[in-house]
Design a protein around this ligand. Structure first.
Ligand SMILES: [Zn+2]
Length: 72
């Protein structure tokens, strides 16, 4: 019998570890958790500095090589 654990988001008990959205009970809770992580990252990085923009520009310069293989 699969072990029952509480869903980290909604605390509902069930055999979530055997489910596709483990350790969450459902896709919804998984997305909620993902949203929490993204939200925190955005909050930490929210004041964009000139250095950030420079880094982004450098990343974009190296991108076209990688993306050119995927035109339909
Ligand atoms: Zn849940």
């Amino acid at each position: 019998m699969p072990r029952e654990t509480p869903c980290p988001i909604c605390q509902r008990q069930g055999p979530w570890l055997a489910e596709p959205f483990a350790p969450f009970c459902s896709e919804r809770c998984k997305m909620v958790d993902l949203g929490n992580w993204l939200g925190e990252e955005y909050r930490i990085a929210s004041p964009i500095t000139a250095e950030d923009l420079l880094e982004l520009a450098e990343m974009e310069e190296s991108d076209p090589d990688k993306e050119s293989g995927s035109d339909c």
